[in-house]
Design a protein around this ligand. Sequence first.
Ligand code: ADP
Length: 246
Amino acid sequence: MSGSDKPELIINGKRLDGRGMDELRDIRIEAKVIKNAIGSAYIEWGNNKILAGVYGPKEALPKHVSDPERAIIKCRYAMSPFSSLEEHGRTGPNRRSTEISKVTKETFENVMLLEQFPGSEIDLFIDVLQADGGTRAAGITAAAVALASSGIPMSDIPYAVSVGKVGSELVLDMNKIEDNYSDADLPLSISPRTGDILLLQMDGNMTKEEIKRAIEMAKKAGQKISDIQKAALKLSYERTLEKYKI
Ligand code: ADP
């Protein structure tokens, strides 16, 4: 511990879990894990465990929320009561989960071809079973695979990752303890095909130069995340082909 109660997060150039500054945690994704959803995915991202499920397109209800020009996306991110060591309080929606649901929905509005389903809704559920920092990024990454596996047309499969700042160092993909004691956190969601940034939030302060570097770090890591997403989709299709002996 340093002067205050703040633990040292970087010791001899390594983070507490042994990672370098630009190293991702291990990521494992499985697509099509829920039979009754049109699309689904399960992700293990470090110690995060998250399920994403997609339903629809179906008639948007209540009627007044429907859009005659395009489908609407309804997104609900939730943490399970046992997902974190900390006291959760009530398990219903709260300010944080409402915000994460909103930014997740906005990420996907940029890449889903919603005009193909006027008057409909697409429901996206993200359930955090185990949380260890960076669940919004891991949730978006899983949701992208779930949506792609549903066959609803998309122009791209986005990924998300967060870049933090510890003292003067930028660190990729912070875990919970890093998130608790870091000086800044910049979650990003990116479209790999175009490089467009679909989500950018910031907690704490970074200079313009640091933000630029953080985006570069996220994009570099994104190549790896994207590959894992695509491999999960490919494997799920191969399994289907095998099952039906196609
Ligand atoms: P993110 O999960 O995207 O990093 P936050 O920065 O809001 O989102 O939260 C950081 C981490 O703190 C979460 O991943 C989770 O481990 C923990 N956490 C956040 N909110 C709660 C909560 N209400 N109860 C328990 N743990 C929480």
